[in-house]
Write a new protein. Structure first.
Length: 254
């Protein structure tokens, strides 16, 4: 969502620097200057100055002609997590939820056309992992957490995302028709919970519930497991557990 800050009050150089940082992800952990220029659309000479500045500040390291992020970038997110009491208040609630469910759970918040994991709790005896960690981004349209954010979030934003977010076919079951996605989101709004089977990861089911009030929720709580491990008859019970703990997390985030 665009802010209402006048363009004249925005530092374009700083924006470009943040764009360079966002070019690094799980698919692009080591990049050359040419790679960064291609991914960001920023001219090569400007990319070089921005990257060398980030190296000087300690957020990026250089190895031969490749660049990668350093652990210092985690400091950028730690203020948000500490400021919202994730360690003291949210994480213990996540642990309780995971213990009752018997599955790892994740809390995600909306960020443009993505959902971003901001907290996780894993069971020690968990038999499956899908490789996502705090900071991982998920697409909104084909995931349970993403659709839950669309169903319970601000209406204008949800309509915009359904109409414009990138469509990608992750599996043979992925919905790529925007009208059908809109119908699925409307059904989730009515049910108050999202269940998505096999659309983002083949053979996996995602279940998610909102954290916050309808029309204003910016977070969702959910989990993803192989469909072979969770009978459909268990969905209502698991959803009820998620709802109960989501309510407590919503109170902690106020």
């Amino acid at each position: 969502m665009q802010s209402d800050i006048p363009t004249k009050d925005i530092s374009l150089t700083f924006m470009k620097g943040m764009t360079v940082l966002r070019a690094f992800d799980e698919a692009h952990s080591q990049l050359s200057l040419a790679d960064i220029a291609r991914l960001t659309g920023i001219e090569r000479a400007a990319v070089r100055r921005l990257v060398l500045t980030l190296v000087h500040l300690g957020y990026v390291r250089k190895e031969e002609n490749r660049y990668s992020l350093t652990p210092r970038v985690l400091v950028l997110g730690s203020g948000f997590l500490r400021g919202n009491q994730f360690g003291r208040q949210v994480q213990p609630l996540m642990e309780l939820c995971a213990r009752e469910l018997g599955y790892s759970v994740s809390l995600a918040m909306r960020d443009g056309a993505s959902a971003v994991y901001v907290a996780q709790s894993a069971q020690q005896n968990a038999r499956f992992t899908f490789g996502f960690t705090v900071g991982s981004r998920l697409p909104l349209l084909p995931t349970a957490i993403g659709r839950m954010l669309l169903a319970w979030g601000e209406d204008a934003w949800a309509r915009e995302m359904i109409a414009t977010a990138e469509l990608e076919r992750f599996t043979s079951e992925t919905l790529t028709d925007r009208d059908r996605i809109a119908e699925a989101v409307a059904e989730i709004r009515t049910r108050g919970a999202a269940v998505v089977e096999g659309e983002f990861e083949a053979g996996a089911v995602g279940i998610a519930v909102p954290v916050g009030a309808m029309g204003a929720a910016e977070a969702a709580l959910g989990f993803s497991e192989p469909m072979s491990e969770i009978p459909a008859a268990d969905y209502p019970r698991l959803t009820e557990i998620l709802h109960r703990h989501a309510g407590e997390i919503a109170k902690a985030l106020r």
